[in-house]
Design a protein. Structure first.
Length: 222
């Protein structure tokens, strides 16, 4: 399979990685670039596991801190009404991953606290808030008023580009047929791409073997 040409942009992200911009995440990236000019205090980011949502959330907090805004990640398991002030601290840019698992009263309290500070709350989940079984009317109305933007699983072009970059980060160059072989067989997620590249690199170093399509087939059992 020939590699698809794609003009990929890059955003700084957590650690040394770059976040690659493609049709599957472009709308979400545009919303993050628009910050702090959001129409509502909250923004919902949703999509399947390993589609890059948490990575984008780190882009958001990095962008906020670069602008001099205190930012915080809040784990839903640690969030209740009593702990909201401690978890939020002085932050005016707050992320709650798996937000649909948070206490409804606590999430409402956090939303109101961030709004009072003229800050912003980024909530992340697999589904948009309209599909969450929210019983608390005040929270539901606030979540439904927030823009909701999807991040989808990477397409062939993005997954190809990610694999090439992951190999390059390890100073490994592989042929296009290896990339094509992997794209056609691995799970369509960034996590699966990272795992495949790590396994192939480790096996190639151990066996002093070039990474070829047959080698990938044997090592990954694809």
């Amino acid at each position: 399979m020939a590699q698809l040409p794609l003009d990929l942009g890059h955003l700084p992200a957590l650690g040394r990685d770059d976040f690659m911009v493609a049709p599957s995440n472009e709308a979400a990236v545009k919303w993050l670039e628009r910050w702090p000019d959001w129409p509502r205090p909250a923004l919902a980011l949703y999509g399947p596991p390993s589609s890059g949502k948490t990575h984008l959330a780190h882009v958001f907090t990095t962008r906020a801190r670069a602008a001099g805004v205190v930012a915080a990640f809040v784990e839903p398991a640690t969030l209740n009404v009593a702990t909201v002030p401690d978890r939020a601290g002085e932050a005016r840019a707050v992320v709650v991953d798996n937000a649909n698992q948070a206490s409804e009263q606590a999430l409402l309290h956090l939303h109101n606290l961030v709004a009072e500070r003229r800050g912003h709350l980024l909530v992340i989940a697999a589904e948009p808030p309209s599909r969450w079984p929210v019983a608390l009317a005040d929270l539901r109305s606030r979540l439904l008023a927030a823009p909701a933007v999807a991040v989808s699983a990477p397409d062939d072009a993005l997954l190809s580009a990610v694999l090439v970059k992951l190999f390059a980060d390890r100073q490994v160059t592989v042929a296009a047929d290896v990339i094509g072989y992997l794209v056609a067989r691995i799970e369509r997620s960034f996590a699966a791409a990272r795992a495949a590249v790590a396994a192939l690199d480790a096996a190639a170093l151990a066996e002093k073997h070039a990474i070829t399509a047959p080698f990938a087939r044997r090592v990954l059992k694809l």
